[in-house]
Design a protein around this ligand. Structure first.
Ligand SMILES: [Zn+2]
Length: 81
């Protein structure tokens, strides 16, 4: 994976924290771990920051905003799955 993709991942993780009202990724991951079935996911398309609750291992969820199969769960983004 290229450096560009990695920094985009980091950007999306930060954005996901912002949108969910968390100051740090650790807080977001902890809150996610305490939930059972779903976790926050964000669209990886540039310029689209649509979020939704997805299965924890989701890496190609459907984005209602841009129509791509581009939603990736925070756990996949953070490399925990
Ligand atoms: Zn999208």
């Amino acid at each position: 994976m290229s450096n560009i993709a990695l920094s985009n991942k980091a950007l999306k993780l930060m954005r996901l924290c912002d949108l969910n009202g968390f100051d740090s990724l650790d807080d977001l991951l902890l809150a996610t771990a305490l939930k059972d079935a779903v976790c926050p996911a964000i669209c990886m398309t540039e310029g689209c920051d649509h979020t939704a609750d997805m299965e924890p291992d989701q890496d190609q969820g459907f984005c209602e905003a841009c129509g791509g199969n581009t939603l990736v769960s925070v756990l996949v983004l953070a490399g925990l799955i």
